[in-house]
Design a protein around this ligand. Structure first.
Ligand code: 9MR
Length: 558
């Protein structure tokens, strides 16, 4: 029987592509020298192979062994059997094996919608009543201006909840939107074929574009029409309890305009104007205007970081929610200038396109490479771009991608994740995804399969081949998070967690009060709702996951 599933045999718990690399990783000491592949429909043994020699884990003394069945291509449902251990989690071999998780990773954004009820027709058992109308949001004293003094009420509905909490933060929406808009620009066929089953599905606009519009419409309201500056966030003063949106009714504020928020906004709106051109020309035009206006505000206010502690010294009520404070703004300038240059081809932005000294992995506070990726995408349409700049971008990207490939071949998990211990930060799973995306850009430039293989290794890591044994996406895999730090889920703990969400992932920082099973960086994960530092969900983690899984899926099917 295969009822004793043993996750010490690590597999991609969703499955493998028939032609792809297929490896299981054995994370317990064993004497068996071979493994078997069992067809779960017939119970037949369909393949046997030798177990590889031990490889040391990069972060612990654990020894791991590979079971490689890449030579097996037959479609079906299988398990890896190892004498003494038992059966791995079941998995499928099929060409469209990532369709469902790819779709779910984007449908997750629908579940994060603020200011609307989610009918059962689209949300199934996760249907809910309307909450957070955000039609009466207060100007916080830190955001007061002469036309909008403290206490002024503005309307700022829609948007996505940032994460496990219910607030809406422009900086984090920035990288999230940039990543999803780039998915559309890099894989345009995807958008015409992906059906998400959302209220707008029957209109003429692709579902993915409609989903992005939900957040764009909110973002547009965060710009002060008087001067073009953008508020840093829309938030309650303190985090709400673990209750449903309809019961989370504390006063909401827009807080302090800032340069990072304004430049991120400028970048997103400029990129959105390109994507929307053929679907909604009116919005496309108004978003480009909003972008230019935001840029002008930033020019006049080039260094206004968001410093929550400082703000709280002089403004009331005290704001305790996510800070997303960023002291270094060079990268935001680069990103905004890149997107604005591509969308307007106005040469005034060219001066801001400085040559990269390094490859910086995108994260909410490091966004320059979102701009460089876009320049790479449109290089051939932009004759004015400096050759030296473009060469440096390629060189730095390839240098890093090569480093990732080398590391992935040496470490047992076959992933670029962990080439530096610093990879295991708060939201480390987004690091895995963003490294995968970088590898896909390197692949696009060179057609070198090693980059594609390593990017796929990162997907395998997220779906089970990692030091914890979890598939980190809710609802997908034999062992996946059941108690994410997610108010929408925790408010109704009797239900399965909302599906398609990537957990933050291993984080030895452990900045919460949970008990972790291990202090080792890549094992520092706990599937408990208290663990906002390792088990929260967030839009800026789901976006690169959606990019990685859908891009890999698209590449393998085209
Ligand atoms: O993703 C953010 C991480 O980089 C920071 O270290 C952490 C602490 O400031 O905050 C994370 O973002 C959280 C935000 O502040 C509030 N909403 C939930 C986010 C994910 O945990």
């Amino acid at each position: 029987t295969h009822d004793q599933i043993n996750v010490s045999i690590r597999v991609n718990q969703i499955g493998y592509l028939p032609e792809g690399q297929k490896v299981a990783l054995i994370s317990e000491e064993i004497s068996a020298a071979s493994f078997r592949l069992i067809d779960l429909n017939t119970n037949a043994e369909v393949y046997t192979g030798e177990i590889g020699t031990s490889i040391k884990s990069p972060f612990s003394d654990k020894l791991l062994k590979k079971a490689d069945f890449s030579a097996f291509h037959q479609e079906g449902k299988y398990s890896v059997f190892v004498e003494g251990l038992g059966y791995s989690a079941p998995f499928i071999i099929e060409p469209n094996i990532y369709d469902a998780v790819g779709k779910a990773s984007i449908k997750a954004f629908y579940f994060q919608r603020a200011s609307t009820a989610l009918p059962e027709e689209y949300a199934g058992i996760w249907s809910r009543d309307m909450g957070h109308p955000d039609d009466k949001v207060y100007i916080h004293s830190s955001a007061a201006s002469s036309l909008r003094p403290e206490g002024t009420i503005i309307s700022s509905p829609k948007g996505w909840y940032d994460a496990g909490d219910y607030n809406k933060y422009i900086v984090n929406s920035g990288i999230t939107m940039g990543t999803l808009l780039s998915l559309i620009e890099d894989h345009p066929d995807l958008i015409t074929t992906m059906y998400l089953d959302i209220p707008e599905s029957e209109d003429t606009i692709p579902d993915l574009v409609n989903e992005l519009l939900w957040n764009l419409e909110w973002m547009a309201t965060m710009q002060d029409p008087a001067d073009g500056g953008v508020y840093h966030k829309l938030t309650t003063a303190k985090f709400e309890g673990m209750v449903l949106p309809e019961n989370a009714t504390n006063k909401r504020y827009v807080v302090a305009k800032g340069t990072a928020a304004t430049l991120d906004f400028a970048a997103v709106m400029a990129q959105a104007s390109r994507v929307l051109k053929s679907f909604n020309p009116e919005f496309a035009e108004s978003y480009l205007e909003a972008s230019i206006k935001a840029w002008e505000w930033a020019k006049a206010n080039p260094e206004i970081p968001y410093r929550q502690d400082e703000i709280n010294k002089t403004h009331k009520p005290e704001i305790q929610t996510g800070a997303y404070g960023d002291e270094s703004l060079k990268d935001e300038w680069l990103w905004a200038a890149s997107e604005l240059y591509i969308s307007t081809q106005d040469s005034k932005y060219l001066d801001f396109l400085v040559t990269p000294e390094d490859f910086d992995l995108p994260s909410w506070n490091k966004v320059n490479w979102l701009g460089y990726y876009s320049l790479l995408r449109y290089e051939h349409d932009l004759p004015q771009l400096d050759m030296e700049l473009m060469n440096a971008i390629k060189e730095k990207l390839i240098e890093k991608a090569d480093h990732y490939v080398t590391f992935s071949k040496e470490n047992p998990y076959l992933t670029s994740m962990g080439s530096s211990v610093k990879d295991f930060v708060w939201g480390s799973n987004a690091v895995v995804c963003n490294q995968g995306i970088a590898l896909l850009y390197a692949y696009k430039l060179t057609n070198d399969q090693n980059y594609l293989l390593t990017a796929h290794g990162n997907l395998n890591y997220l779906l089970g081949i990692n030091a914890t044994g979890y598939s980190f996406v809710t609802g997908f895999g034999h062992l996946s998070p059941l108690r994410p730090h997610h108010r929408l889920a925790e408010a109704e703990p009797e239900k399965a967690p909302l599906p398609g969400f990537l957990a933050g992932g291993p984080n030895p920082g452990q900045q919460d009060d949970c008990d972790y099973p291990s202090d080792i960086p890549d094992e520092s994960y706990v599937d408990e709702a208290c663990s906002y530092a390792s088990n929260e969900i967030a839009i800026n983690w789901n976006a690169p996951f959606a990019y990685l899984v859908n891009a890999l899926n698209h590449i393998s099917q085209s």
